[in-house]
Design a protein around this ligand. Sequence first.
Ligand SMILES: C[S@@+](CC[C@H](N)C(=O)[O-])C[C@H]1O[C@@H](n2cnc3c(N)ncnc32)[C@H](O)[C@@H]1O
Length: 278
Amino acid sequence: MAMAKSVAEALVEASAALGNEPDDRRDAARLLGHVTGLSRSDIIAHPESLLCSTHLIELQALIERRRQGHPVAYLIGTQSFWDLDFKVTPDTLIPRPETELLIEIILNQSNSAPKTIIDLGTGSGVIAVTLAAARPDWSVIATDASIEALRIAQHNGAGLRNLNFVAAHWLACFDGMVADIIVANPPYIDPLDSHLAALVFEPQSALVASDNGYADLKTIIHQSTRLLANDGYLLLEHGYTQQDTVMREMRLAGYAPTAHWDLAGNPRAVMGHRKETL
Ligand SMILES: C[S@@+](CC[C@H](N)C(=O)[O-])C[C@H]1O[C@@H](n2cnc3c(N)ncnc32)[C@H](O)[C@@H]1O
């Protein structure tokens, strides 16, 4: 049986087992916090507190799985996004910080008038839930083709009365509806992209799109013109090499597109304004 250790000793050991890079130390601290229920500030304030042997064994098992490549978010079952914590499972993409750009654009762009928003491919629900929580007078619809992902999004959005969920392939079931904003972070990775090798634990249906990664972006641009209100907006996240093509596709569909960059300076999103003449 493992001997009791202080949280400081356990953290040093876990960080070293992962490689001791800054990311490894952060991962070790998240796993330690998950196992013990201690916050980061608890760990810093009381490094001498003892970890019981059950927690130590649990931590060692999680560290081993992390060493095998399992993402921390799946190991602990949550990921923070904007100002909330979201349940995530291997059925959902792990929300990325760069997707917060979409929230920033929508909240900065929009006046306070009530709006109808559709979040396509909601995954764990991060975009829809964050917007619904930030703007209780907006009506938000979250959709996904994956029923398993939609269940997780429903869990994350529980209690928000301005949020509804629909299982759908992009905008196929929404004829007759009018939306003020359509937002999506669709799959956009080329099936041959070498980065996919590092993403094997996440659902490939959330990541990969045919046509060099453009198939879903193009489908959404095309379908959205039927639903967006005049003066409405289509906001799409895309890969960092895809901005010119997304801008061009949006112009072809009659949108006036604006380019946006993430905090790392990468081209990351395009916002299309639907002009009155469409
Ligand atoms: C890149 S993930 C984005 C998840 C979440 N919005 C986020 O930003 O973390 C793309 C999502 O699109 C969904 N998806 C893939 N193909 C779809 C389709 N044809 N119709 C609707 N959703 C689809 C996937 O299940 C996945 O949840």
